[in-house]
Each structure stands twice: as structure tokens, then as C-alpha cells.
Design a protein around this ligand. Structure first.
Ligand code: PLP
Length: 402
């Protein structure tokens, strides 16, 4: 029996964390692929998805990839990151950008989250670059490791943008490339500009749990024509001759298929409605959770508009995992934040710079059900579960003053 058919003790159906909402032209566009036989890595939907995403985000070029991790891998390569280089990356993120840094043989330097919006901390990035690094023969080196520093990968987590102006400014000063990991933030804006258009390149994911899904799939965006051409070349096995099998470099089979792109194209048409629904859900959660002693609701910066992809609130650290188990018993799927990457066995020996906030957020935060299709009644059930749990185990109103 699938989770979807389970119920809690009171007969309430399973509430998933975030499920796709396929209610537009998905069937029609996929059928078109099947009817025409264009199902593989070339086809009109691949080009259309690329063009429509680039238009939406406001970049000149888009290159569709098989998933978001592949887009990150290629973005690092086209930015010129080489083996033994270092790349600054958020530690509080899904592991994909860190893995991609290792794919190219480079090393991550983990950066903390700031406490307000939980994104990469620009002040610490600035401090690291200005205090821990030095110029040598026209390149920037980490004084501790002796390695060259090449790029910054800010990850816009949970849909909220990183504070990009100071990050881009410091990157320019130290001649570093900026690759936005915008996988979770499609449709979000920063000072009125679309996330994904703010650095030198950006990557998106269309994994099943993202705001727009293609079942899987990714996209690399850039304004740089040479980078875009190189990205297309590397994602198509570095093919150098249209007829003969000549490959002058090692390439990758990273192209997105037409079937995935058909799904993605249909989903992109629904993006604005999805964002409106997610923002409404977030506002309803905020209204109730803001009243709960010890609960911190996610903030939206004055300079940001978040797509509210995954609603996440912080609870007292001693309550967060018991609350997660309480939800599970009620057939409600919630999830902790990703373990900070500097704690993961393959990455724990890499440099981590002044990490003070990410671990606390990891201990405190839970992501709550926030599918676009979540009904008010189901959301009320989630909120009731939190209320019941807090009545039983939570801090009391009288604790607030402490
Ligand atoms: C921040 C972030 N980066 C990268 C990825 C990787 O994308 P994909 O699963 O499409 O490879 C994801 C999600 O899956 C993500 O959340």
C-alpha cells in the first residue's frame, strides 16, 4: 500500500510534504512527443523549454540538462574551475552543489547561513576572502590551504533569495565567478530581478519536489555566449563533428530529453499560479505559528519576493525531532533541513569557515506540508497537530519572557 492510502488513527489521509501538481498541458505536450516520436534528447520541447525559461528569468541563454546536479557540474566547468581549486558554497543546502564541486576535483569551503533569512552569509564570505585569502601572481589563494579560490556558489534555499548584491560585489573585487544554485527558487526575485539572472551563471532543478517539475531535469542559464556554447557542447558528449564521431574533449551525456522538456514546458505555464498558492499557504502557516511560543516563522527580506517553495519553521531544538515523530504518527510528512554539508562523511574534512548558525537551524527547523494542492482542511490538520503537540510538550506562554 502506498503512503497516499494510509490514514492516521482518526482516519485522516496521509499528507505528503510536497507533491507535484500536474493540471495544465502536461498530458497534451507529452502525447505530442509520443505521437511524433520525438522522445529523446532532441526535439522542439527542449528548445522551447530553454527559450521560455531564459525569457522568464531574463538571461540570454539556457541549456537544458538531465538534472540540476548536472547543470551545476557543467556550470563549474565552464566557469573554469579546475582540480585543486576552491569554491565557496553554502553549508546549509541539499548536497548537490557540494558534490558537483568535488566532481570537478575542486574543494568546497563551507560558508555559514545568516540568522535572519537562513541564506549564505555575505559578511562571512567577505571576511573569509579579505582576511583568509591573498593575491599571488594575479590569482587569489587561500592562505591556509594554499589553493586558488575560483568561484562562489550561493544556494537560494527554500525559495528565498540570498542577499546577492554584496555577494556579487565581493566576488567582482576578488575576481571570482558567481554560480547561483537557484534550484529551489524559480520565480523568486531579488530587488525586482529574477533569481537566476544575478550571477555569471545559474542552475535550476525540475526534480519531482520542485515548484515546477519535469519529473527530473535541470537548466543552466547565462548571459555569456561562450559559456552557453561550451555548456551545450559538454552536455552533448563534446561532439566536434555533426557526422563523424570526433570528440576532442571529454564530454557528458547530460542532455534533457524531449519528454522531460514537454513536462517542464507545461509546468512553467503554471508557475505564477503555483507561487500564488504557495505564498497563500505560507501566510496561513505564518499567522498561526507566529503565535506559538518558541516557534520562529520564516522571514521574507524587504528586498526579496520568495516563491515560498518549501515552508519551513524553526522550533525549539529539543522539540523539533519529537515533533517530527508526532507528525509521522498522524500520517503527516514533515522533514528536517538538510544536514549541513560539513557534517557529511564525504565532506567533513573540508574547510568550514566560522560556522555558527547552520547547525542551529538544522537542529531547529522542520519543513511542513506545502503542496500547491494542499487543501485548507489538510493545512488545518497540520496546524492542529502542532497545537496538540505544543499543548503536550511545548514551551508555555509564561516561558516567553525567559
Ligand atoms: C539546492 C539544490 N541544488 C541542486 C539540486 C539538485 O537537483 P537535481 O535533483 O535535479 O539534480 C537540488 C534538488 O534536488 C537542490 O535542492
Amino acid at each position: 500500500m502506498s503512503d497516499a492510502h494510509q490514514t492516521d488513527e482518526a482516519g485522516g489521509a496521509f499528507i505528503p510534504l510536497s507533491e507535484p501538481c500536474l493540471r495544465g498541458n502536461e498530458w497534451a505536450y507529452v502525447k505530442e512527443c509520443l505521437d511524433t516520436g520525438w522522445v529523446s534528447s532532441v526535439g522542439s520541447f527542449v528548445t522551447r523549454f530553454e527559450d521560455e525559461l531564459a525569457a522568464r528569468v531574463g538571461t540570454r541563454y539556457a541549456v537544458a540538462t538531465v538534472n540540476g546536479t548536472a547543470a551545476l557540474h557543467i556550470a563549474l566547468l565552464i566557469a573554469g574551475v579546475e582540480p585543486e581549486d576552491e569554491v565557496l558554497v553554502s553549508t546549509l543546502t541539499f548536497v548537490a552543489p557540494t558534490n558537483a564541486i568535488r566532481y570537478v576535483g575542486a574543494w568546497p569551503v563551507f560558508m555559514d547561513a545568516e540568522p535572519e533569512y537562513w541564506q549564505m552569509d555575505p559578511q562571512k564570505v567577505h571576511d573569509f576572502l579579505s582576511q583568509e585569502c591573498a593575491w599571488k601572481n594575479g590569482a587569489l589563494y587561500n592562505k591556509g590551504s594554499g589553493r586558488r579560490v575560483r568561484a562562489i556558489v550561493p544556494v537560494h534555499i527554500l525559495g528565498h533569495p540570498c542577499d546577492m548584491d554584496p555577494l556579487v560585489e565581493v566576488a567582482r573585487r576578488f575576481e571570482l565567478s558567481v554560480i547561483e544554485d537557484a534550484s529551489e527558487a524559480l520565480g523568486s526575485t531579488y530587488r525586482g530581478r529574477a533569481v537566476g539572472s544575478l550571477g555569471d551563471a545559474a542552475c535550476f532543478s525540475f526534480n519531482g519536489n520542485k515548484i515546477v517539475t519535469a519529473g527530473g531535469g535541470g537548466m543552466l542559464l547565462t548571459d555569456n555566449p561562450a559559456w552557453a556554447a561550451k555548456a551545450k557542447y559538454l552536455t552533448t558528449q563534446a561532439k566536434d563533428d555533426p557526422i563523424e564521431f570526433v570528440h576532442n574533449e571529454i564530454g557528458y551525456n547530460y542532455r534533457q530529453t524531449n519528454v522531460l522538456a514537454a513536462l517542464g514546458t507545461a509546468q512553467l505555464e503554471l508557475l505564477d499560479g503555483f507561487i500564488a498558492a504557495k505564498r497563500q499557504l505560507a501566510a496561513r502557516y505564518d499567522q498561526v505559528l507566529a503565535q506559538l511560543p518558541g516557534c520562529e516563522i520564516p522571514r521574507e527580506a524587504a528586498w526579496a519576493s520568495s516563491n515560498c517553495w518549501l515552508y519551513t519553521a524553526a522550533f525549539p531544538s529539543e522539540l523539533s525531532r519529537p515533533l517530527q515523530r508526532f507528525f509521522a504518527a498522524r500520517q503527516i510528512q514533515v522533514r528536517p533541513l538538510w544536514r549541513p554539508n560539513h557534517r557529511l562523511p564525504p565532506h567533513r574534512d573540508h574547510q568550514a569557515y566560522r560556522l555558527e548558525v547552520a547547525d542551529q537551524l538544522h537542529a531547529r527547523c522542520l519543513s511542513l506540508p506545502c503542496s500547491v494542492s494542499l487543501t485548507e482542511a489538510s493545512q488545518a490538520r497540520v496546524l492542529r497537530a502542532i497545537g496538540d503537540f505544543m499543548d503536550q510538550s511545548g514551551p508555555k506562554e509564561s516561558d516567553r519572557a525567559c
